[in-house]
Design a protein around this ligand. Structure first.
Ligand code: PHE
Length: 498
């Protein structure tokens, strides 16, 4: 608000024009101001205390619609039709084409200004039924235009409203009068209590602006979690509620050994190709691998054992030493299971991890060379596929996904393996939400886990459910330099089912 507006308003009140107070709408018009600006001045004067009294009012105003304006100019449809009807009348279809059209015809019929003569040779004819008519509709609208809308009989006004010629607009305004502490010289109230005011005691005599508890307040500007982190915390919550412990996943660089060999993935497996995996040049090799265990892994690959015939090829340590960027978090699960096997007495565990993995993939709208995996691992005696299905149902229902389907699949390290699908209500289709299986004995027994221990596991990506949830079609809008921070700010809390 410009400071001048409040003063102008006070001066008008001082002169008592008009006596008894002012309507803010009229005052704004008289001062040549926008009404909102004047209302701003009224509010700030109110905040000073008793300088003015302002009583809110809802003013009703009548305005002509665009159609009302055309009636004002050209006459009502019924009168236009009546006047353009020739002396001998017209066949009905032609009369409908006259100025005024079907609306005019219907109204003129209802007013009994015209009549239909049926049974003639050319069908029904429209004829005048009275010698002359008055355009009362146009006359009423002229009165509205002169500001006399309130003087029209209510019935007539309602009819014009019903015909959408007249619009009722409510305007919020104020009735303004002098207050008990009226003055044209407004002293601005203090908004802050300063140390000086306290030290000098000047605060005693200063007017302070009262608190406005009705003020809307600015939305607090605080940090927001990126959608990926929101989904991550939802998933982590689901695991923690089910009593899972988080595995350490702090190795982006892994040896081929833990990423592939320990997981009974043969050294010629296509996934070990440069095209699928990022290998490191420096340091190119892992310096230490657990010696005894490595020998057992070598044996199960090349000769078999534990009831398996192995892959029957020459397993090479140099291949296992090759460093890479881990292609899945199952490498961390292998490390965690190896640690578990070292315990003197086996006890059941439930582990999970959520972290980043890397794949040398061609980039497109849904694939980047790095993404996040979510993984759950349960080790206990006598676990079956039924347990895996049950725990998957429990896990996914915590995320709001209750309809699940399982499809047989293949992983080198699990047998049997299953892809998990969930029915998505929003997309109205089944979408793949994860991969799962029972770890092979060729993986668990060389580690030294007891023979009757079964390990069930499942994995999913973090990006996919996030993109589905937040309706993001291009992964570059979710991850990378093209991310719009406003998207992060506007993203709602996460629930996967909706
Ligand atoms: N590692 C698998 C993948 O990369 C996911 C998985 C984890 C499958 C655990 C089965 C068991 O897709």
């Amino acid at each position: 608000m410009s400071p001048g507006v409040a003063e102008l308003l006070l001066q008008r009140l001082e002169r008592e024009e008009p006596p008894g107070g002012l309507c803010s709408l009229e005052a704004a018009a008289a001062l040549g101001l926008d009404h909102q600006t004047l209302v701003g001045a009224v509010k700030s004067l109110q905040a000073l205390g008793e300088v003015i009294e302002a009583e809110p009012r809802a003013a009703r105003r009548w305005e002509l619609s665009a159609e009302g304006l055309s009636v004002l100019r050209d006459g009502s449809p019924e009168v236009r039709l009546f006047r353009s009807l020739p002396e001998g009348g017209l066949p009905q279809p032609e009369a409908m084409k006259l100025p005024g059209g079907s609306v005019g015809f219907n109204k003129a019929m209802a007013n009994k200004w015209v009549r239909l003569e049926k049974g003639g040779p050319g069908g029904a004819r429209v004829l005048r039924a009275v010698p002359e008519v008055q355009d009362t509709v146009q006359q009423s609208l002229q009165r509205v235009q002169r500001g006399e809308a309130e003087e029209l009989p209510e019935r007539e006004r309602n009819e014009l409203k019903r015909r959408k010629l007249l619009l009722e607009v409510t305007l919020k305004s104020y009735w303004i009068r002098k207050g008990s502490a009226f003055s044209t010289a407004v002293t601005r109230a203090e908004t802050e209590l300063t140390p000086e005011m306290i030290a000098t005691g000047s605060w005693r005599d200063l007017p302070f602006k009262p608190y406005n508890f009705q003020a809307r307040g600015l939305p607090p500007h605080c940090g927001r979690l990126h959608p990926l982190l929101r989904v991550r915390s939802l998933l982590r919550g689901a695991f923690l509620e089910m009593g899972f412990t988080e595995m350490p996943t702090d190795r982006f660089v892994e040896s081929s050994f833990w990423n592939f060999d320990a997981l009974f993935q043969p050294q010629q497996h296509p996934a070990r190709d440069q095209h699928d995996t990022f290998f490191l040049q420096d340091p190119a090799e892992a310096p230490v691998l657990p010696a005894g265990y490595t020998a057992k892994v070598k044996k199960v690959h090349s000769q078999g054992g534990y009831g398996s015939q192995g892959y029957k090829y020459e397993w090479r340590l140099e291949e296992a030493r090759k460093n890479l960027l881990r292609t899945h978090t199952t490498a961390s699960s292998a490390r965690a299971l190896y640690q578990l096997a070292k315990q003197e007495k086996f006890s059941p565990v439930k582990y999970f991890s959520i972290d980043r993995v890397f794949r040398n993939e061609s980039l497109d709208a849904t694939h980047l060379a790095e993404f996040h995996q979510v993984e759950g691992v349960v080790a206990d005696r006598g676990l079956t596929l039924g347990h895996l299905m049950g725990i998957l149902r429990q896990f996914f229902s915590k995320l709001g996904l209750t309809q699940l389907r399982f499809k047989p699949a293949y992983n080198p390290y699990t047998e049997p393996s299953m892809e998990v699908f969930s029915y998505h209500e929003g997309l109205k289709k089944w979408v793949e939400v994860g991969n799962s299986g029972i770890f092979r004995p060729e993986l668990l027994l060389p580690m030294g886990l007891p023979e009757n221990v079964t390990v069930i596991a499942w994995g999913l990506s973090l990006e996919r459910p996030t993109m589905i949830k937040y309706g993001i079609n291009n992964i570059r809008e979710l991850v990378g330099h093209r991310v719009d921070l406003q998207m992060v700010y506007d993203s709602p809390l996460c629930r996967l089912d909706a």
